[in-house]
Ligand binder design. Sequence first.
Ligand SMILES: Cc1cc2nc3c(=O)[nH]c(=O)nc-3n(C[C@H](O)[C@H](O)[C@H](O)COP(=O)(O)O)c2cc1C
Length: 209
Amino acid sequence: MDKRFKVLMINGSPREKGNITLAFSEMEKVFDEANVEYENIQIGRMDIRGCIACEKCRETGKCVFNDIVNELSAKLEEADGLVIGGPVYYGSANGTLMSCLQRMFYSNHSDKSNKVGASVVSARRSGCTAAFDELNKFFTMSNMPVATSQYWNNIYGWEPGEGSVDDEGRQVMRVLARNMVFLMKSISLGKEQIGLPEEEDRVWTNFTR
Ligand SMILES: Cc1cc2nc3c(=O)[nH]c(=O)nc-3n(C[C@H](O)[C@H](O)[C@H](O)COP(=O)(O)O)c2cc1C
């Protein structure tokens, strides 16, 4: 296969050499071996405000706050896969990452179907699965197939880099990256050989009508 796949990696941690960075570096080793191009952007120290529901993006397809979110949004359009990684804060993915993803997914109306998603979380002790579920929800309402591993994609550590002794967590990340590469390739082949699934006009209702 000639195509060189591209993955956008968004690291939500504010810590430069933190545990999400470590998890991402395990994935990057696999991407390097597989000749997959990746761009890893760390947003955890950026001043990223939350969505204010102004709905301007309905007209423009961009967030009214023209910051890193719009830059990431443009990069996502070019990517075949998206990795999102967040440290667990109070049993949730950290606020900066959630603000970024909520604004990016809400404002960008381009077709994200069949871009492969993968999420990664890190914690000292607890809250990983709740945060993992939160992150995966961005993919599962966007027609984005989710890459999985042999366990949920958690890495454990408290201090920056402590996850280096979590051998199982690091292996989970490598397997995740290999599965992600396989899925991107399979989807590309599938598009050529089987074609995309039939689409329907979107039905949009709420619970009161
Ligand atoms: C504000 C804050 C809240 C946290 N809440 C949790 C938590 O709910 N559960 C947990 O196990 N660890 C918690 N931690 C620890 C981090 O999740 C842990 O250090 C993680 O490895 C950080 O990832 P990073 O090094 O990539 O930033 C918290 C840390 C901070 C700073």
